[in-house]
Write a protein that binds this ligand. Structure first.
Ligand code: PMV
Length: 328
């Protein structure tokens, strides 16, 4: 019997990962840059045991369907092969997210699973190697191995595609992200399907790859100089470019809902009133607002004109993956 347990925090991309170069290895088309957050995390324990007759996956205490267990099994097969482990596994995950937030994140989930397997099977992977392993579970998971600002270098092979932290000399501690929870329904188009469709059919996609590279360069300069307006401006522009690619896909789709647009307009108006804050969005309708800690109260007040207290959750910069003691 081999067991391990890890906690990984979610991350939000400021410069997005959008599109795969290699589906099987999860090699992206472009580098991305994220901020790991403290608000939402996943704790996962894994038990490889000869007593198990198949892989079992429990999420928040509920046994998951065969379909949901499939992604976990695909990842477990990878580590079983590496460690020469013949046993099936029992995986228990707990997502620590606000109730009905609709933010259950594949980034924190697959990073925590990779960390738990690393510990259970004695793979002894250093963080960079663990990032490569987590990437095979879900692309964005490779960034959740590290805390603060993180860059995922796309590389061009399994060996060369991994994330590394960006040293901002603690500047990330001055920032905050306000999550506007717009809808907790399962999404129509998964990030996986959305990426594939835009890569294959969107007339805007080739330009996205070029823009993302230029945006990443600007974002890194902004982080180096602790320039909040520059970082926020490029983050917001990058999110809009990513979402623009979906409108030109065939068939077209969007992750925006009417309330997402309301939130974006509100953020713009707060900015016009002189308070600096910027939005980003991922493969769903929720809007995330990047701001400086010192402005949170003032920004919250304006946002409360449109969103309820339950819809607004604040997160701060968070740490990298942590190994935990098993309960049993
Ligand atoms: O790692 P995935 O397959 O969940 O894809 C994440 C994609 C985005 O959230 C839209 C962007 C990103 O870089 O996190």
């Amino acid at each position: 019997m081999f067991k391990g347990k890890a906690r990984a925090y979610t991350n939000i991309a400021l410069i997005k990962y959008w599109g795969k170069e290699n589906q099987a290895l999860i090699l992206p088309k472009n580098n991305s840059l994220s901020l790991t957050l403290d608000g939402f995390y996943t704790e996962t324990e894994v038990l490889f045991t000869e007593e198990a007759t198949k892989d079992c996956f429990y999420l928040d205490g509920v046994k998951q369907s065969e379909q949901a267990t499939k992604k976990v099994t695909t990842f477990l097969n990878l580590v079983r092969e590496r460690a020469n482990c013949p046993f099936f596994a029992v995986v228990r995950s707990h997502n620590h997210v606000p109730t009905a937030a609709g933010l259950a994140s594949s980034a924190s989930g697959l990073a925590a699973l990779a960390g738990a397997c690393n510990q259970a099977l004695g793979l002894n992977l250093a963080p960079k190697e663990l990032s490569k392993l987590a990437r095979r579970g879900s692309g964005s998971a490779c960034r959740s191995i590290f805390g603060g600002f993180v860059e995922w270098d796309r590389g061009d092979s399994d060996e060369t595609s991994y994330a590394l932290p960006i040293d901002a000399q603690g500047w990330e501690q001055e920032l905050a992200m306000i999550f506007l929870l717009i809808n907790d329904q399962p999404k129509d188009v998964s990030s996986r399907e959305g990426m594939q469709r835009t890569v294959e059919t969107s007339a805007f996609y080739p330009q996205w790859v070029k823009e993302a590279q230029a945006d990443l360069h600007i974002a890194k300069e902004a982080i180096q100089h602790h320039d909040f307006q520059k970082l926020g401006t490029v983050m917001e522009a990058n999110a809009l470019k990513m979402h623009a690619t979906t409108l030109a896909a065939v068939p077209p789709f969007t992750y925006w809902s009417p309330d997402s647009l309301r939130a974006m307009n509100l953020v713009r108006s707060i900015r016009q009133a002189g308070l600096f804050c910027y939005f980003t969005m991922d493969a769903g309708p929720n809007v995330k607002v990047l701001c400086q800690k010192k402005d949170i109260a003032a920004i919250f007040e304006v946002l409360s004109s449109t969103f309820s207290d339950q819809q607004m959750v604040v997160a701060y910069a968070g740490p990298g993956i942590e190994l935990l003691e098993m309960d049993v």
